[in-house]
Structures are given as C-alpha cells and as structure tokens.
Design a protein around this ligand. Structure first.
Ligand code: GTP
Length: 187
C-alpha cells in the first residue's frame, strides 16, 4: 500500500440484525451468508478507487445499537464517515437511524457528519415496512446521502461505500487528513 494513499475510517452503525456485517462482508469478501452471528466488533481494510483517487479504507463493523446504547468514543473520534443502516423490513430499525445520528452529532459537538443512510435487504420487498420516500426524506432532512441495497443479491453494495467517500470528500477541505471529529473533546 502506498503511503500516499489517503486513509479513511468508516464506521457502520444501526440496529441489531439489519445486515451491517453482511453488507461489509459482501463489499470486502464478495460473499453472503444466510446465517446470523451477532457482531461484537470487527475492522476490515480495503483500498477503494473513487474518482481516480485510491483510498485506504478501514471499515468498522459495530455491534448493533438500540436507543439505550451509548455512542462509544471509538465511533466518534477519528472516524471520517458513517454508514447508518436500517432494514427496509423493520420500521423500528429505521426509527433508530435518527437516534444514532443525533447521538453522534451531539457527542462530537458537530452540526453535520459525513454520512450515508442505507436501507438494507432491498430484495425483501414483500416484507417492506419502510417506503423509499421515507428513507430519502430522512437523508435529505439530515443532509446525508441515501441508498437501498441488498447484500444478498449484491445490489448497490459498492455504491454504499462510494457514497460514503463522496460525503467525506464533500466535508473535508483539500489536503486535510484528520476527520472533523478530532476536535471532539473526550477522554
Ligand atoms: N434477504 C436478505 N437477508 C439479509 C441481507 N443482509 C443480511 N441479511 C440477513 O439478516 C441477518 C442479519 O444479518 P447481519 O449482517 O448479521 O446483521 P448485523 O446488522 O451485522 O447484526 P448485528 O451483528 O447483530 O448488529 C442474517 O441472517 C443475514 O443473512 C440482505 O440483503 N437480504
């Protein structure tokens, strides 16, 4: 890996069982499993070329959050961008997105975080509980990108991480390498 490569740390958050690990595994390892193993936390690395620039991406797959989960400083400090995942089959998981988003924003004392909101399991349209329009509106209200994806069918998986890099670059000034949350004052 060239040292000139830009390092970008991305945290994947959202409720339990929405498909965070499946999304990351499909992106990194190009495979999907129907079985479910709850995640504690894993980090993956992959170099991604976006708009002709090579990025050394470190992706942190987190344990699922609920409304009572505190936002770990690990998910706030040193993170360049966020992938916030809900399942289109779970209204509760959709409602959690605003909660998690606001916790990060509060924790870091920022008004905006580089973020893509992802409606996962788009192949399960018969069980849909969240309209695409609701997803789009939530993203617009929070000035985030939005997309629906299926890790199972490998639909829009690469696009999720491209959008995240796009949001990061939109927020970062040229040559700046430190994430905005560096100023976050936590021991
Ligand atoms: N049909 C379908 N099922 C999916 C998809 N993505 C994940 N799943 C299934 O949903 C379940 C949970 O997926 P995980 O990727 O483990 O979910 P997670 O969000 O990482 O779960 P935690 O580790 O508990 O936070 C598994 O049984 C997956 O096979 C998808 O795109 N389509």
């Amino acid at each position: 890996m060239s040292s000139a490569m830009k390092k970008r740390k991305i945290a994947v958050l959202g409720s339990r069982s929405v498909g965070k690990s499946s999304l990351v595994k499909q992106f990194i390892e190009n495979h999907f499993m129907d079985s479910y193993y709850p995640t504690i936390e894993s980090t993956f690395a992959k170099s991604v070329v976006y708009k002709g620039v090579e990025y050394d991406c470190h992706i942190i797959d987190t344990a699922g959050q609920d409304e009572f989960s505190p936002i770990n400083s690990q998910y706030a400090i040193g993170i360049h961008g966020y992938v916030l995942v809900y399942s289109i089959t779970s209204r509760n998981s959709f409602n959690m997105i605003q909660v998690v988003h606001d916790k990060i924003v509060d924790f870091c004392g920022l008004t905006k975080i580089p973020c893509v909101i992802v409606g996962s399991k788009s192949d399960l349209s018969m069980q849909r509980q969240v309209d695409s329009k609701d997803g789009e509106k939530l993203a617009k209200d929070n000035d985030c990108a939005w997309i629906e994806s299926s890790a199972k069918n490998n639909v829009n998986v690469g696009k999720v991480f491209e959008l995240c890099l796009q949001e990061i670059e939109r927020n970062i000034s040229p040559n700046q390498t430190e994430p905005p949350a560096k100023s976050c004052n936590v021991q």
